[in-house]
Design a protein around this ligand. Sequence first.
Ligand SMILES: NC(=O)c1ccc[n+]([C@@H]2O[C@H](COP(=O)([O-])OP(=O)(O)OC[C@H]3O[C@@H](n4cnc5c(N)ncnc54)[C@H](O)[C@@H]3O)[C@@H](O)[C@H]2O)c1
Length: 326
Amino acid sequence: MTILVTGAAGFIGYHTSLALLDRGQRVIGVDDLNDYYDVSLKQARRDRLTARGDFVFELLDIADRQAMEALIDRYRDITRVVHLAAQAGVRYSLVNPHIYTRTNIDGHLVLLEACRRLERLEHLVYASSSAVYGANAKLPFSVADRVDAPLSLYAATKKSMEMISHSYGHLYRMAQTGLRFFTVYGPWGRPDMAAVIFIRNILAGKPIPVFNKGDMRRDFTYIDDAVAGILGCLDRPPADAGEEPPCKLYNIGNHRSVSLMDYIGLIETALGKKAEMELMPMQPGDVKETFADIADARRDFGFEPKTTIEEGIPRLVAWYRDFYGD
Ligand SMILES: NC(=O)c1ccc[n+]([C@@H]2O[C@H](COP(=O)([O-])OP(=O)(O)OC[C@H]3O[C@@H](n4cnc5c(N)ncnc54)[C@H](O)[C@@H]3O)[C@@H](O)[C@H]2O)c1
């Protein structure tokens, strides 16, 4: 079975590709290795994947129509797609908004159009985000909740992807599932993510920025659990009953809402060093709390997150120290 993974040199894409290779599947990994964050980390992930047989790396921009069509024509045996390439991050969407519409909206459409050429395509799974819930006051967040009030452009692009996919499901009966990820963390994590910034600053003896003066809660999802959710979902394409498009949405979270201060406390314990905290106001575009209702994912593909933050944080810290030699 040949599976296309976009964003394969990214954090979640790297782990997803590894898990697919471990299952004996062939992976075509696409990434443009852009410099939004440390390119050498992306290259290191890519190198570990290319060291494995059955992994082919394709350096290209998913928003480049010609390149994407040519790619699909080279690999007509692709049956499943995991689309993770995106411009991620809420905060950077205030700095460079146009890259979000180009990668997340144009890129998604280019990918869907290219995938229409695949006669054997069974399922396309793409990354949405918990950010689509905005300031949803009802907890936990359910896919049945309204999500038409995004607080950031990043969230607006992720919601747009869901709507574009729905239209393609209706028009072309493409089976697609959008996964709304809740703060995924773990080894090989992104340097712009809070946990990694905290580790880096604490080790360097620098203050850590604590937004909303620490009055925040997040549903922190360990990477292995997120990957198990992606694979479980990928294996079960939505059925096409003929009326509704074969499109689904699920939350991929840990189903536990944890206070930011407790999370920082675990990082301090794992590092054996206290953080100096710089208490800051709420960041524009950010939300105070996230908490995933995962009942649908449990029911439909047996999603069951297993990793507590007490187990996950020390693994992230151990990887960080090993990788950065700190
Ligand atoms: N990590 C999280 O907590 C989280 C939460 C919610 C949603 N998501 C979503 O999950 C997906 C993966 O996130 P991640 O944390 O692995 O991010 P990441 O930035 O590590 O991975 C994304 C990868 O896509 C690549 N990419 C970006 N633009 C591209 C383009 N135009 N063409 C080809 N490749 C391109 C990047 O180089 C990167 O390697 C993203 O869609 C993100 O929005 C992640």
